[in-house]
Design a protein around this ligand. Structure first.
Ligand code: C2E
Ligand code: MG
Ligand code: MG
Ligand code: MG
Length: 280
């Protein structure tokens, strides 16, 4: 007897979803190898204080160029890593690199904080606090040099899981700061400013990009900044690309900006060159 729909789930996938499944499997396989060899890079993007116009901190981003797959962007890499659990290893790698770099900069006399992106899955690991403490210790990095960015999606889940909030509070006690990333893109953003130990809020780049075109966006961003400041938050704008945006944000009292106007994310050595010319 002929079975018309035999062959299981894989066979019933369309050609394109079959290809994307293969790609995911390939990414996972290659990523595992890359993590083993620590063959990923970290780039840092400066964050500029609008009061002093000095670079006061940097955000660390993962970069990966695989020998078979070529460059895999974070947009593709991070979701696959989150699904497979490899995000824990990426997180550990980024933490280690960032702490070593922050300590090296402190030794050179640069007073720079490093902000790292985190995934909620990392905080589901009950050893998260211990790992962070050990990494800080090993790299001789001070806890107050580290900022951890969480997204609104993270915040939403953290609210429902006490163990996550608890770990965040433990890290905050050590001196680590928490940043609410992509502010304004998720749900009920304001709740988390009250519930979680957050000290910095990053207005999402989609708002910044339409800041100079739409009056309503301008009013909204102005409102976010005034509100955040009344909550004693440091307000940061990401994706700043033009002088016009810079001036407008400065006028609104925004504290810190980050974006291509200052610089794209770059390797640590390049950043040091920029520091010399920018922070002179
Ligand atoms: P994000 O944390 O919101 O980072 C902002 C993204 O915008 C970065 O893209 C950055 O390179 C880019 N960007 C910075 N300035 C500008 C600008 O002026 N204009 C424009 N158009 N873009 C700008 P990237 O590096 O591709 O990262 C994308 C996202 O992937 C990040 O969003 C973050 O959510 C995630 N990600 C990146 N690295 C890591 C990591 O090490 N761990 C985790 N968990 N997530 C990461
Ligand atoms: Mg970020
Ligand atoms: Mg962001
Ligand atoms: Mg983003």
């Amino acid at each position: 007897q002929v079975q018309s729909n035999g062959g299981g789930a894989i066979a019933s996938l369309s050609k394109s979803s079959h290809e994307s499944l293969n790609r995911k499997i390939m990414i996972e396989k290659q990523l595992m190898k890359a993590l083993d060899r620590k063959d990923l890079q970290v780039v840092y993007q400066p964050q500029v204080d609008l009061n002093t116009n000095r670079i006061v901190s940097v955000e660390a981003f993962v970069r990966w160029q695989d020998e078979v797959l070529g460059v895999v962007s974070p947009e593709e890499l991070i979701p696959v890593a989150e699904e497979s659990g490899l995000i824990q290893d990426i997180g550990a790698f980024m933490l280690e690199q960032s702490c070593q770099q922050a300590a090296a900069w402190a030794k050179l006399g640069y007073d720079l904080k490093v902000s790292i992106n985190s995934s909620v899955r990392e905080f589901r690991n009950p050893n998260m606090v211990k790992t962070v403490m050990e990494t800080l210790d090993k790299s001789k990095c001070k806890a107050n040099k580290l900022k951890i960015e969480i997204t609104e999606k993270f915040a939403l889940e953290a609210e429902a899981e006490q163990s996550i909030t608890k770990q965040m509070n433990q890290l905050k006690k050590l001196g680590i700061e928490f940043v609410l990333d992509d502010f304004g893109t998720g749900y009920a953003s304001f709740r988390y400013m009250q519930l979680l130990p957050i000290t910095e809020v990053k207005i999402d780049q989609t708002y910044i990009q339409s800041l100079t075109g739409q009056v309503k966006v301008k009013q909204l961003v102005d409102g976010m900044i005034q509100f955040g400041k009344s909550m004693n938050m440091r307000m940061l704008a990401e994706g700043v690309e033009t002088e016009e945006q810079y001036d407008m944000l400065k006028g609104m009292g925004c504290d810190v900006i980050q974006g291509y106007l200052i610089s794209k994310p770059m390797l640590a050595e390049e950043l040091e060159k920029l520091l010399i010319t920018h922070n002179k």
